[in-house]
Design a protein around this ligand. Structure first.
Ligand code: AMP
Length: 271
């Protein structure tokens, strides 16, 4: 595994290859990241993983500061996985140039997480656009846990005529049901239990509302989440996962999208 901290040396190396399968991450690696990497390795192209905690997608400085980082452990894990390249850029390496393509930000960026994290998706799209320009990946592997992110990146790629193909990867979960997330490491045992109870409660609700629409009473469900130990709920909404249209009545292919806090830790998921 070759490690790069500078885009020019990375680009020289990439030129020698037949193409790149790219897995962008913010580090704090877990089983979710690992499943993306394993899928990327199946493409037979060289796999490049990036670790960059992008300050521009954090709407609060304190959240950026407390975001879990463990680069040493990450490097060890990535070596074991035998990826080809690891890119750990500095802020300047990413933001010290003017990209050729402008970010396309679909209006859907104002919904769900975008409503509660001002500037979040502007930051995500900006960093992804820059990574694409540096790496020109054939494939980009993204997790469905961040479904809204996938949707917005796909829109940007389509509108800007970018050749990279997005590969959507299923959400990997802990044994207790909750989606693997770097932020889980900020939860203590009791808080993990709360998150797990919330996951099972909402999974149950989803099953029930499939058969009986009138059971989807958002205010009541939110109240129950607070009773289960959530400190605050940003949103709980149902969307058709194909069209990404908000629906009032659960139809065939819908998911529950939710974001909530346990103390200072913000968790998102869709089921
Ligand atoms: P992050 O490091 O949180 O920015 O995530 C990097 C990539 O891993 C994104 O494409 C995420 O959607 C994906 N990812 C994060 N958690 C999971 C998970 N539990 N299952 C599958 N993919 C995930």
């Amino acid at each position: 595994m070759k490690i790069f901290k500078d885009k020019h040396t990375l680009q020289k190396e990439i030129l020698k290859t037949k193409g790149i399968s790219f897995v962008p991450t913010m580090g704090g690696l877990h089983e979710g990241h690992i499943s993306l990497i394993k899928q990327s390795k199946k493409t037979k192209l060289k796999t490049l993983v990036s670790i960059f905690v992008n300050p521009k997608q954090f709407n609060k400085k304190s959240d950026f500061k407390s975001y879990p980082r463990n680069t040493k452990k990450d490097i060890k894990q990535l070596k074991k996985l035998k990826i080809n390249y690891l890119y750990i850029p500095t802020f300047k390496d990413i933001y010290g140039f003017k990209p050729k393509k402008k970010v396309f930000l679909d209006k859907f960026s104002k919904k769900l997480c975008g409503k509660f994290r001002k500037g979040h998706f502007e930051g995500v799209l900006s960093v992804v656009n820059r990574f694409i320009e540096i790496i020109k990946p054939r494939y980009i592997f993204l997790g469905k846990k961040d479904y809204q992110q996938i949707y917005l990146i796909k829109k940007h790629i389509k509108i800007r005529n970018i050749r990279s193909k997005i590969i959507e990867c299923k959400t990997i979960r802990e044994k207790n049901g909750i989606a693997c997330s770097s932020r889980n490491s900020n939860l203590n045992k009791n808080q993990m239990k709360i998150a797990s109870n919330i996951f099972y409660y909402l999974s149950n609700i989803k099953k029930k509302i499939k058969n009986n629409h009138s059971l989807f009473n958002v205010n009541k469900i939110k109240k129950n989440l607070i009773n289960l130990g959530a400190s605050k709920i940003d949103y709980l909404e149902i969307y058709n996962v194909k069209s990404f249209k908000k629906i009032k009545r659960p139809s065939k292919k819908f998911n529950l999208f939710f974001a909530y806090y346990i103390k200072n830790t913000r968790l998102i998921d869709n089921i």
